[in-house]
Design a protein around this ligand. Structure first.
Ligand code: ZN
Length: 487
């Protein structure tokens, strides 16, 4: 081979896809248009890679456990994927049931099942694909933060290995196998991807997920690419291998309504939408204002959507304080004024989230808020949306000292450290997840079996508003969310 020998290899990358149907606003996305965009590039013989979060959450997955994604991922022709945190929402067995029906391997190289010592959920640690004559090494890495928050997995049953340590080890193996290029498929937050790029020299390219904004960065000479969300964007990456060097070119592909829907996938989508039924189109009520449900807002500050939901939590449980982790609210969009439908509600709250009321000391409330703001400005789901309480924090101070403690007010009063307050939260946080371990041993006033589901109390709230406005008559004289479940 002469020095002028040059090979081009195209990669299509996407991550974090939840809804197969297009949305109303541009870019509309949707699996059918996405598939067309992939097909338009098949002449380039692309390697198609996915960075996790597909089987949940969405209102459809709440019914199907993610089954609709199997034919779609297979049709798109994915060659390799890393698992995401939400792929565990229905437990390891369901994940394995779904992933085993896909036509490609799933990677997760740094979390192990203690029973088998093999990677959790039948994943592979790494995978080699020979493509355009190049030996491509793929590794899958995830972060400890979300492993800690999985509600379906007992932390004692698994072993997590730091992604830098494991990344180095996997790269060494791949190099020994003679690979030409190493791609890390990751599902972690930006600071962790940056650390990976800084500390593992042998990785050539990082294709990430978990964050939903389309961002390209270059750290330590390697690109980190996160390709948006929900079949609205993908990346077309061109690698040009020339001599010992590889040139990388990245292009964002936006899936807007100008892209035609692929008919076969549109049929799959429509069949599943039919399964979901007309129920989803039912109008719950009318919003007088826009509601901000964007991740980038909710995970950094209180929003009117967060206040709306937590106020309902207070109202329906007679608690003094409601604390909800922003990660609960999933729609990642601004909800327009006007009719608010069941499908809008379930896009915000697709998970089955039982509420609880616990007895919490003033000191523990402060600790909880401190935890909530500890990861700012990472867009972490633990950032609190609250009702019945006011607080401020200084993000410039170190983690653990950010809360302005003497300014915190519960029901308009200063916090008494030793007093016990009635706090409504979701069962997940009461179990100590998302860093809220101060809640773990608090006495339960309303437990998760007695407590209502969050999506149900919000739905009930709309019904009670209709009753109050006289738009609907109650058969039983109950005013639903206005009635406490247990005191
Ligand atoms: Zn994720």
């Amino acid at each position: 081979m002469g020095n002028s020998e040059s090979t081009q290899l195209t990669i299509l990358h996407f991550n974090d896809v939840y809804n197969i149907e297009p949305r109303d606003q541009e870019p509309v996305g949707g699996a059918a248009r996405f598939h067309t965009a992939v097909k338009e590039r098949l002449a380039l013989n692309p390697l198609i890679l996915f960075s996790g979060d597909v089987f949940n959450p969405s209102l459809m997955s709440a019914v199907t456990k993610g089954k609709q994604m199997v034919p779609i991922l297979n049709a798109i022709g994915v060659h390799c994927a890393v698992v995401g945190n939400h792929d565990f929402d229905f437990g390891v067995d369901t994940l394995v049931q779904m992933s085993s029906q896909t036509s490609f391997p799933w990677l997760m190289g740094n979390v192990f099942d203690n029973e088998t010592d093999a990677p959790l959920a039948d994943c592979l640690m790494s995978h080699i694909i020979v493509w355009q004559g190049k030996k491509m090494g793929l590794i899958g890495l995830v972060e400890e933060e979300w492993i800690d928050t999985l509600s379906t997995i007992d932390p004692d049953d698994i072993t997590y290995v730091d992604y830098v340590q494991q990344g180095k080890m996997l790269c060494k193996q791949l190099k020994e196998d003679g690979v030409d290029y190493i791609i890390a498929l990751t599902h972690m937050r930006w600071p962790n991807d940056i650390r990976l790029a800084q500390e593992v020299e042998d990785i050539d390219l990082i294709l990430g997920g978990h964050d939903h904004d389309y961002v390209i960065d270059k750290i330590n000479g390697k690109y980190i690419i996160k390709s948006g969300t929900d079949f609205r964007q993908m990346s077309q990456i061109t690698l040009t291998f020339e001599n010992k060097k590889v040139d990388v070119k990245v292009e964002e592909v936006t899936i807007d309504s100008s892209v035609k829907q692929d008919e076969d996938i549109a049929k799959v989508v429509n069949d599943y939408l039919d399964i979901m039924g007309e129920e989803m189109e039912q109008v719950l009520g009318h919003m007088e204002v826009e509601m901000d449900g964007r991740f980038a807002s909710l995970r950094n500050k209180e929003t009117n959507l967060g206040n709306f939901i937590t106020n309902i939590m207070l109202e329906c449980t007679d608690a003094e304080v409601a604390i909800l982790n922003s990660g609960t609210l999933r729609s990642d969009t601004i909800h327009p004024r006007g009719p608010f439908k069941v499908k809008d509600l379930l896009s915000i709250l697709p998970l089955i989230d039982p509420l609880v009321v616990i007895k919490v000391k003033g000191q523990q409330i402060l600790d909880a808020l401190e935890n909530g703001v500890s990861q700012y400005p990472k867009l972490e789901g633990r950032f609190p949306q609250v009702a019945g309480i006011m607080f401020g924090f200084d993000p410039n101070l170190p983690t653990g000292q950010r809360l302005i403690r003497d300014k915190v007010k519960v029901q308009g009063e200063s916090v008494e450290l030793e007093r016990e307050y009635r706090v409504c939260t979701k069962h997940y946080l009461a179990e100590g997840k998302d860093g809220y371990d101060m809640f773990k041993d608090c006495a339960m006033l309303v437990n998760d079996e007695e407590g209502p589901r969050l999506s149900v109390v919000v739905q009930n709230h709309f019904n009670s508003v209709k009753l109050l406005k006289g738009e609907e008559k109650s058969k039983f004289q109950h005013r639903q969310s206005l009635i406490a479940v247990n005191r």
